[in-house]
Design a protein around this ligand. Structure first.
Ligand code: PGA
Length: 251
């Protein structure tokens, strides 16, 4: 059985005091949840204070991006060592905003994935098609390329997570239907099976992301191949994120 992972991607939101308020509230709301993993990914400046606040809790910490080198003359970048130092165990890589606003390529994302693994961070590799790619029937082609190129050189013994985030569903309020998402998740699992064998493919968690909210979480998370969620907007309030974490539990 794959353990669910519910992850909050705060993007470029929250000052340090705001971040601490959010995790203090969240900790209390999810303190009894122990059968799934809960992850928050604040902006870099809030990582260390948030990690101190999360000590001893059931919530883990991740970065939203990193550079693949350990150190050096890379102005404005953050290394895997720095993320670990700040208390991270996960890192989101290849998010569609990185790809489309900052021009990240599959090749760069792959270097980051390999570096994260080499430094003991669990990468969450994000993949997903644009609206025009979906409309022209290219969803599988696009997603397969991102998965294969993003994971090039990765060993089947290494832990990684995939997040399927159709770009047209991110921050737009348009969620993929559970059936439509499930179809792509199943396809990704088939690609993983071809790359790493079926045992590994069946153990990899594939998250769905794109306008996940308390109202649609259960429908998505009840699908067989949807093993968690990567939540943007709805992770910025403790109450709505906790509701998604506890989508199948009594209120
Ligand atoms: P959203 O963002 O939930 O606000 O659509 C998801 C994401 O970009 O990870």
């Amino acid at each position: 059985m794959r353990r669910l992972l519910i992850a909050g991607n705060w993007k470029m939101h929250k000052t340090i005091p705001e971040a601490l308020d959010l995790v203090r509230e969240l900790k209390e709301l999810v303190k009894d949840v122990n059968d799934r993993d809960i992850l928050v990914c604040p902006p870099f400046t809030a990582l260390y204070p948030v990690s101190r606040e999360l000590e001893g809790s059931n919530i883990v910490l991740g970065g939203q991006n990193m550079y693949f080198e350990e150190q050096g003359a890379f102005t404005g970048e953050i290394s895997p060592l720095m993320l670990k130092d700040a208390g991270c165990s996960y890192v989101i890589l290849g998010h569609s905003e990185r790809r489309h606003i900052f021009g990240e390529t599959d090749e760069l994302v792959n270097k980051k994935v390999l570096s994260a693994i080499n430094h003991g961070l669990i990468p969450i590799l994000c993949v997903g098609e644009l609206l025009e790619e979906r409309e022209s029937g290219k969803t599988q082609e696009v997603v397969e390329k991102q998965v294969r190129e993003g994971l090039k050189g990765v060993d089947g013994d290494n832990e990684f997570v995939i997040a399927y985030e159709p770009v047209w569903a991110i921050g737009t309020g348009k969620t993929a239907t559970p059936e439509l998402a499930e179809e792509v998740h199943l396809f990704i699992r088939q690609v993983l099976s071809d790359m790493f064998g079926s045992e590994k493919a069946n153990s990899v968690r594939i998250l769905y992301g794109g306008s996940v909210k308390p109202e649609n979480a259960a429908g998505l998370l009840n699908m067989e191949n949807i093993d968690g969620a990567l939540v943007g907007g709805a992770s910025l309030k403790a109450e709505s994120f906790a509701k998604i974490v506890k989508f199948d539990m009594e209120a």
